[in-house]
Structure formats: structure tokens, C-alpha cells
Design a protein around this ligand. Structure first.
Ligand code: G4P
Length: 529
């Protein structure tokens, strides 16, 4: 197969949702359709991920399992589909943001009763920032929930994206009868059946067809006629280009648990979703069909086997063909490396592969060479515009509880922050280390892993910061003055960029007003432009 054909065949996407909206259930149903798993219940690992527990065994399990289920690949309708898993628990949101840099599109699951929840808003912000095409799946239609029109208004308002319903529900909750597929002009009747995949689809080319009244009853038929008329009046007709540009999100209704609306979603997804896209590097676009290989690391995971310290780096291939045992350039280290055992992730098993193509994600065994955001190329010197670090929300200073193990502590902190578990900031004087995270759970993970993997003992002392803002300015004198004045709140990140640790929203606004020529970046994305 030619490179072009391999590219055309692939679809790489992520499913995102607020915990409990049904991401795991939907993933599982998609894998069932793809034949990647045989029975429901195989993807339960997410249950562990979202458990708000501080049990260390759980953390360990979570780390192990998330390697196996981080990428799930399967074939459907002649396409190779790569689903990149995103953790449900909010403390691992950073991991999700990074994964979103490696996908070409997203399916967003929303619970019909709960509507748009806080975490969904944040995830969507990342999609908007990167112009990632989004399809919305309104789940749990078998339950009582919000009125479809109200819910779509809420999606548009809270998520800041226009929607375009491609299907429309007939009744909801107890009254739920099925879905009318506006895109294909057919009627899909609901049959609460958790195991059966086949479902009854009736072609209804014209909604005035009396067949509709016979099938769903006059009341429902009239309701559907009225509502679809309204839909046609309110929403623009679906336009694939607008979706691909990330400006409109097609919407489907269904029930993942009951296997309803999932196949339609999958089929439409295959039809409209983008093939692997290129990525920017140093102001230049690198397209998948460039013959020369390139890719970037978006995730690093400690190996499941605690006896081995090696790690797996997840590489997203952007252009060209990746081949096993071939020398590639690790751009940041300026070093040639080859990989004898690259792995693919077909469903839950890992296999060594000989070659991989744009859109694929492969696992590379790593003994400490990779950091998140690293680029591999067939020789060229460019770095992919990387992974944004968001401002952490919780800050703690590291206390070394075993001075005999200082070296181990330093190494552990460096490696764990390379993995993206948390962000490290250095405060002067005294090289004090401050760790910033988005959740409390990370501190437990760090403490536990420092002890078990590096033999170091650490505890944490709370610091009263509200946000970390990366600082840049055209006016060097003003930046220098600010840094001098705020010395107690200035830290440096791992790449030695100055960061302002603001103690409150008020003090941040004040600083922004007093120093208008300084830019206070809320994410580290600026570094990568
Ligand atoms: P998540 O990964 O987004 O966190 O959600 P998950 O799929 O685990 O689903 C959360 C709960 O919602 C599960 O129930 C699941 O069975 C249920 N669910 C998913 N889709 C639907 C649907 O279409 N209709 C209804 N009624 N429920 C749905 P649970 O009780 O938490 O777990 P379980 O014991 O059923 O596994």
C-alpha cells in the first residue's frame, strides 16, 4: 500500500467527557463494533482511573492499566481506527490535554441529564485552541433529561461552538422512541437491548409519509415533524469543511449502554472525520504525506514492571513511514537513535511492529532519553509545536526527608516531571523546588513513586499561590524590574523560563496593570511558537 493509501485509511481520535457521562461505555461499544473485544466489560480500567481514591495500590494499578489501554486500535469499514484514551479523573486532566495534541478529532460525550459540566468546558477549551474537529454524542437518552433544544443551546453557550444536529430524538427518557437521522433520512427505533448490535432502521425519506405515524404513533410523529422543522430553521445545514475547521460540531443522540445510536455515530465518524493531519514545527507545516519521517512524544509512562526502570514513550507519527531498527534523529539531544522493539497497541495487546504510518501511535522503550514534546525526525532539525503546560492550581514546596538520598530525589523529580506528572519550578535563593499540579492526587503519586522507584523520601509544604504565569516581554528592562521587585514570587521552570507565582487573582490583575509591557501567559504554549 502506498503512503497516501495508508494515510487515507487512518482515523485517530480521542473520546472526552466529564466522568460518568459514558466515555468508557461508548469506547467499549465502539470496540465491540470493531471486533477488537468480544464482550462488554473489557474496558473497565477507566473505573479505576476515575475512582477518587488515595489507595496506593489503586494508583499502581492505574498506572499499569493505563499503559495497556492508552491507545486502542481496531479496523472498521476498511479504516484503521486509533482511539486515544483520556483519563476521567480531573486530577489527571493534564494528561488529557496532552493526549489531545496527538489526536486529529474528538468525540465529546455529554450526559443528557447533566448537560455541560465544568470539566467538559475545560477540555473543549483545549480543542478550540487547537481547532480540533469535535462530534458531540448526547448520551443516556433512555433516561429523563434536558429538552434537546435547551441542551443544544447550553452546548453552544458553554462550549463556545456552533452545533449542527445530524440526528434528532423522538421523545426522551421513558418516552424515548428512537432517533431520526437527519443526515441519512432514516428512522432508528429504540429497543433497550444491551447486548444485541443489530437494530431496526426504517427508511423515511419524507417525514410526511404516513408510515411514520404508524410506526411511532401520531403524537410522536407530529412532534418530530414540528421539531425537525425548527431544527432546519435554527441550525445551518451540515458542512464538512466547517466541521473540519473546528467551527461547528455535529451532534448525535443515543444511549451507549443500550448500544443505540453508536453504529450511526461510528459510520458518520468514518465518513466525515479527518484523516491524519500535519503539525506545525517552527512556523512550518509538516504534512503526513511528506516522505520524510517525523513524530513527537506526547506521553511517557513508567513501565508496568517495577523491576525495570525503563519507560514507554508514546510517539505520534506525523509524516512519512516509521521503520523498526532505523536510525532517527532525537532533535533535542542531537542524537541518532534506533528502536528494535517499537510496539503498536491493538486493543489491549501490544505487538512489535516493523513499520507505522501517520496517525499511528507507537510505544518506544526508553531509558530516560525522552521528555514530553520531544521530536524524532529522519534527520531534519525541527521541533513540533509541543504540548502546552497549563498553569497548575495547587503548589507545594518539596521537603527532602532523607538528605542521604538527595541525588535520588533530584533524579526522581526530574524524571517524574519529564513524564508530565507535575510541573517543577525552582525558587531562589536556595534552589527550593516547588511542585505545581492540578490535583491533590498527584502529590500522593509523586511521594509514592519517589520512594518506590528512586528510594527517596519527600514530603510537601503548602504554598499559597493561585496561579503560575510564564513571563515574556519585548521590554527587557521592565521584565528585569518586575523580577527584582517580586523576587519572592518568581520561580524558573525546567527550561529556565521565568514564572510569576501569583498569590491571588487580585495580585495578578494588579501586576498586569502595573506592568503593561509584560505578557503573563497562563499556559506555556508561547514557548513553542
Ligand atoms: P465514564 O467513562 O464517562 O466515566 O462513564 P461510564 O462509561 O463508566 O458510565 C458511567 C455510568 O453511566 C455507568 O453506570 C454506565 O453503565 C452508565 N451509562 C453509560 N451509558 C448509559 C446510557 O446510555 N444509559 C444509561 N441509563 N446509563 C448509561 P454505573 O452504574 O456507574 O456503572 P456500571 O455498574 O453500570 O458499570
Amino acid at each position: 500500500m502506498s503512503l497516501q493509501e495508508e494515510i487515507q485509511k487512518r482515523r485517530t481520535f480521542g473520546i472526552i467527557s466529564h466522568p460518568d457521562a459514558g466515555k468508557t461505555t461508548l469506547t467499549e461499544k465502539l470496540l465491540l463494533f470493531g471486533g477488537a473485544i468480544q464482550s462488554a466489560g473489557a474496558v473497565k480500567s477507566n473505573k479505576i482511573k476515575k475512582a477518587a481514591t488515595s489507595d496506593f495500590m489503586e494508583i499502581e494499578k492505574q498506572r499499569g492499566i493505563s499503559v495497556a489501554t492508552s491507545v486502542m486500535a481496531f479496523q472498521y469499514g476498511g479504516k484503521q481506527i486509533n482511539i486515544l484514551d483520556t483519563p476521567g479523573h480531573k486530577d489527571f486532566a493534564e494528561d488529557t490535554y496532552r493526549t489531545l495534541t496527538a489526536v486529529d478529532s474528538v468525540i465529546l460525550v455529554i450526559d443528557v441529564a447533566n448537560g455541560v459540566e465544568a470539566q467538559t468546558e475545560k477540555l473543549m477549551e483545549v480543542c478550540r485552541m487547537r481547532k480540533t474537529p469535535v462530534i458531540v454524542f448526547i448520551n443516556k437518552m433512555d433516561r429523563d433529561g434536558k429538552v434537546a433544544f435547551d441542551l443544544l443551546d447550553e452546548v453552544e453557550e458553554k462550549l463556545g461552538i456552533k452545533v449542527c444536529p445530524l440526528s434528532w430524538p423522538i421523545g426522551e427518557g421513558n418516552r424515548f422512541k428512537g432517533v431520526y437521522n437527519i443526515h441519512k433520512n432514516n428512522l432508528n427505533l429504540f429497543d433497550a437491548n444491551k447486548t444485541k448490535i443489530a437494530q431496526e432502521i426504517v427508511e423515511i425519506k419524507d417525514l410526511n409519509d404516513p408510515k411514520l405515524d404508524e410506526i411511532v404513533g401520531e403524537e410522536y410523529a407530529n412532534e418530530l415533524r414540528e421539531e425537525t422543522e425548527l431544527v432546519a430553521g435554527v441550525y445551518d445545514e451540515f458542512d464538512r469543511e466547517t466541521y473540519l475547521a473546528g467551527d461547528v460540531a455535529p451532534v448525535f443522540f443515543g444511549s451507549a449502554l443500550n448500544n443505540f445510536g453508536v453504529q450511526e455515530l461510528l459510520e458518520t465518524f468514518i465518513e466525515i472525520s479527518p484523516t491524519p493531519r500535519g503539525r506545525m514545527a517552527d512556523g512550518e507545516m509538516h504534512n503526513p504525506d511528506d516522505k520524510k519521517f517525523s513524530g513527537f512524544v506526547f506521553k511517557i509512562h513508567a513501565n508496568i514492571d517495577p523491576k525495570h526502570r525503563d519507560r514507554i514513550a508514546f510517539l505520534r507519527i506525523v509524516s512519512g513511514e516509521f521503520e523498526r531498527n532505523t536510525f532517527y534523529k532525537h532533535v533535542r539531544l542531537g542524537k541518532k537513535m534506533k528502536f528494535p522493539n517499537p510496539t503498536s497497541f491493538m486493543a489491549q495487546s501490544k505487538e512489535v511492529i516493523d513499520s507505522a504510518y501517520p496517525g499511528d501511535v507507537i510505544g518506544l522503550y526508553d531509558t530516560g532519553n525522552f521528555k514530553i514534546g520531544d521530536t524524532l525526525t529522519s534527520g531534519a532539525d525541527f521541533m513540533y509545536k509541543g504540548i502546552p503546560s497549563f498553569s497548575p492550581e495547587i503548589f507545594k514546596e518539596v521537603q527532602n526527608d532523607d538528605p542521604m538520598k538527595t541525588k535520588q530525589l533530584e533524579k526522581g523529580l526530574a524524571q517524574l516531571t519529564d513524564e508530565g506528572v507535575a510541573q517543577l519550578f525552582i525558587l531562589q535563593p536556595g534552589n527550593r523546588k516547588v511542585i505545581g499540579t492540578v490535583g491533590e492526587l498527584q502529590f500522593e503519586v509523586i511521594q509514592y513513586r519517589l520512594q518506590h522507584e528512586y528510594g527517596a523520601k519527600a514530603s510537601f509544604k503548602h504554598r499559597p499561590h493561585h496561579k503560575a504565569c510564564w513571563l515574556t516581554s519585548e521590554n527587557e528592562a521592565q521584565l528585569d524590574e518586575f523580577i527584582k521587585r517580586k523576587l519572592n514570587n518568581i520561580a524558573y521552570d525546567k527550561d529556565n523560563n521565568p514564572v510569576f507565582l501569583a498569590d491571588s487573582p487580585f495580585l495578578l490583575t494588579q501586576a498586569e496593570m502595573d506592568y503593561p509591557e509584560i505578557v503573563f501567559h497562563k499556559t506555556s504554549e508561547f514557548k513553542l511558537d
